[in-house]
Design a protein around this ligand. Structure first.
Ligand code: GLA
Length: 755
């Protein structure tokens, strides 16, 4: 085993000896095993016949640090077992695992039986090659033969360690799992703040930052499908006082699951907070058959000493390399038909929208909901889901006609589907009423439109059907470049008509196993098509699904002001290249707020730019501004989509300003965004210091989307990176425009280029 892959520290009779060998053949002793990423180390103490113990997670250790590493429990008592199982030792504290054994025994005692570290080189779920170090720890109970395997995968070129668990049943028959968390991480008490995200439809990723106090914090979701609509499963811990964007130590923990989850942060009478996260066990007791293996979802941890933004950059780099499809390709600028025409789809209208987006400089047109249904045409939201055939009344020349028009207009073509769903008013439901999720013996409770139901993806026939929706579209029309995969209902009924009555509690879990199987099949056959992950907006922004998708719809709310807040929260864990952000009409269709187009463009340009509007209703002046924004975006697209994010000034700060920037890895190009979020006379806004530039380099400033009669004072001037980062630029709080064009909104986008 090479020394640069891992180090094993052996402690024997209080003396610590560095060794690059495993102690498998040595006498009984405790070993400290370290795995590391470029800048982080995780150290676990492994002692055969004892529980695995947390020792250290933080900045990468030096050789000297390894020699002197302290036992975390040196000063005070804490329980630092990494996978506490219920019943034998742990009954009073929170546990990660609980099982009713074959003989009815509810206690488990998971002790280290084997472990090993190896270099791995495999395919990440987005199909990219990855390299890292995998620590596997096998735990066994002396009374029972079922092993539990803990995995810790440290990436070679990303500061991420992924952890997950396999639970194997080797008993005489079926066992019942009632807790099956993915991972635990003790976090030293102190002045620890947790940043987490609450939300709702059209109000996703609302940030809450609070000090961790005694007691248990639970963050969870029980939607069944859209697990990022309400609370989010990703959290950041600021370890040394109130959360700061660009200073301080931060641990990030992103659970990577697509279904119901539960994140527990327990603070008891010991010296640590205990993070325990995984699948939500509520109503999900799992019967594991003999020889079956239950694999938990993963948790991706990071550590950064550069504040919240530093932790975000670690997630973004990892995501762009391994957790998102085609993240090395620039995203197309698109027009989506939804807010422009809603269900009013017809061939002429689609052709007009394609021609309009082409003339504005866009590259892709996406036809949203409303194009399908034969017996039951989809004119409103109460019918036809499942009947994925073109409505010939609206589109007499079918998808081929649309593809022809797209070609004529010089844009790519994309289409909306919601394949996991049906309506009681649909041919699919008439044919397969047994495919829907519903409680045994009861009429189904319906969702959107009063008729929507979820298909039961635990059923392999339903999996084939959902795959078939993609297969049919893409086989018949290989020129389709983009699919928006939507999902607009929760599981409102508990019951599978496919699962046995004994296994009804598997529904939530088996649904998501089925979903991932379908995603894998789609990607195996259609690796190139761009797929958007949408679920009533950002309801499925999660790292279990994103490896199969190219991006997600941040929110159905396109109001530029609320988007600043939602995109701010979303950016904690997800990179700009994945965040679909569209310019929409005014008054906004969700908040009815009227925001000038300039501000709307400036906000949309901080993510993956698109439009969600009827261009034919825009004035020539508005079209010209959008055309300019699209053309400018093409110049900064690489910086936004592949650059490093620095959040500079939080919209949550309460002082009416939000600011962020992206900087390329070579620090030659940057884009700076500045948004005034409220207006008062005699208002005082802080000057924003930039980040991430090279202090030694000189940069020119150029304002994009400028609407002012006179250029900014800094326009075209040259500043050192040092000046921009230690001082920042003064920006006027208002736009200098003619009197009749004045309004209460103000925003700036600055392109920054090194000389
Ligand atoms: C959901 C999506 C929207 C749109 C509609 C169509 O709400 O989030 O973007 O596609 O469905 O019904």
């Amino acid at each position: 085993m090479k020394k640069d892959i891992h180090s094993v520290l052996s402690r024997h009779k209080n003396s610590i000896v560095t060794t690059v060998l495993f102690a498998a053949s040595l006498p009984v002793m405790a070993e400290k095993v370290e795995i590391h990423t470029p800048n982080n180390s995780l150290v676990i103490e492994l002692n055969k016949g004892k529980e695995p113990q947390f020792v250290y997670y933080g900045t990468r250790l030096t050789e000297h640090d390894r020699q002197t590493l302290q036992e975390p429990s040196t000063a005070n008592w804490s329980h630092l077992q990494l996978y506490p199982a219920y019943g034998a030792n742990h009954t009073m504290s929170e546990t990660a695992f609980a099982m009713r054994h074959y003989d009815g025994n509810m206690s488990t005692d998971l002790l280290v039986s084997d472990y090993g570290v190896k270099a791995i080189s495999d395919k990440a779920p987005n199909n990219k090659d990855r390299q890292g170090t995998l620590l596997t720890i096998t735990l066994r109970d002396n009374l029972y033969p079922s092993p539990v395997h803990l995995y810790y995968l440290a990436y070679k070129d990303a500061d991420i360690i992924e952890c997950w668990t396999d639970i194997e049943n080797k008993e005489k028959g079926t066992v019942t799992l009632s807790q099956f968390y993915s991972s635990c991480m003790p976090i030293r008490r102190g002045d620890v703040y947790v940043s987490h995200f609450h939300g709702s439809w059209a109000a996703e990723a609302q940030l809450t930052e609070e000090r961790l106090n005694n007691g248990m914090m639970v963050i969870k979701n029980k939607d069944g499908l859209r697990n990022a609509t309400t609370d989010r499963q990703e959290v950041m811990f600021s370890l040394d006082g109130k959360a700061r964007e660009n200073e301080g130590d931060v641990i990030g923990a992103a659970l990577m699951y697509s279904g119901n989850y539960r994140v527990n942060i327990d603070t008891d009478d010991t010296e640590y907070h205990y993070y325990i996260a995984g699948i939500n066990p509520d109503n999900s007791e799992y019967h594991l058959r003999k020889d079956e293996i239950f694999t938990t979802p993963r948790v991706a941890y990071t550590f950064s000493d550069q504040g919240l933004s530093g932790a975000s950059r670690n997630y973004h780099r990892w995501a762009r390399s391994y957790q998102l499809r085609h993240a090395d390709k620039e995203r197309d600028i698109l027009l989506n038909s939804w807010e422009g025409v809603y269900f009013d789809i017809n061939q002429k209208g689609m052709d007009q929208m394609m021609s309009d987006i082409a003339s504005l400089g866009g590259e892709l047109f996406v036809m949203d909901d409303g194009w399908f249904g034969d017996k039951y045409p989809r004119d409103v939201d109460n019918s036809s889901l499942g009947d994925w055939v073109v409505d010939k009344r609206k589109l007499p020349e079918g998808i081929d006609g649309l593809l022809r028009d797209a070609k004529k207009n010089g844009v790519k073509f994309g289409i909306w589907v919601e394949p996991e769903m049906t309506n009681t008013k649909s041919e699919l439901y008439e044919k397969h009423p047994d495919w829907v999720i519903k409680a045994p013996g009861r009429e189904p409770v319906t969702g959107r439109g009063g008729t929507q139901l979820v298909l039961d993806l635990s059923n392999p026939k339903v999996q084939d059907f959902v795959f078939g929706v993609f297969d049919e579209l893409l086989t018949k029309h290989p020129a389709i470049a983009y699919i928006k995969w939507d999902s607009n209902a929760p599981v409102m009924n508990h019951g599978s008509q496919y699962l046995s009555m004994t296994n009804q509690s598997h529904l939530y879990i088996d649904y998501h196993k089925g979903l991932i199987k379908v995603c894998e099949r789609i990607r195996a056959k259609y690796p190139d098509v761009v797929i958007q992950d949408c679920a009533s907006g950002g309801g499925r922004a999660n790292y279990a699904l994103l490896p199969y998708f190219d991006e997600f719809w941040v929110s159905d709310n396109t109001d530029a002001l609320q988007r600043i807040f939602m995109q701010w929260g979303t950016s904690y864990f997800f990179p700009a290249i994945a965040m679909a952000s569209h310019i929409s009409a005014t008054p906004n269709h969700q908040t009815f707020r009227t925001i000038p187009l300039k501000f709307r463009c400036d906000v949309a340009m901080s993510g993956r730019l698109g439009m969600e509007i009827q261009p034919k209703n825009m004035t020539d002046e508005e079209k010209a501004l959008c055309k300019q924004a699209i053309s400018d975006y093409k110049n900064i697209r690489k910086v936004v989509q592949f650059g490093d994010l620095y959040r500079l000034h939080s919209p949550y700060s309460g002082d009416n300003l939000a600011s962020l920037m992206y900087v390329t890895e070579d620090k030659n190009d940057a884009v700076f965004y500045w948004y005034k979020t409220e207006t008062f006379v005699n208002q005082h806004l802080p000057r924003v210091k930039m980040r991430g530039l090279d202090p030694e380099k000189k940069y020119t400033i150029h304002e994009l989307n400028s609407i002012d009669n006179t250029p900014l004072d800094c326009e075209g001037k040259v500043y050192t990176g040092k000046y921009l980062m230690s001082n920042g630029l003064e920006l006027p709080y208002k736009h200098s425009v003619d009197y009749h064009k004045q309004n209460d909104w103000s925003s700036r986008v600055l392109q920054i280029k090194s000389l």
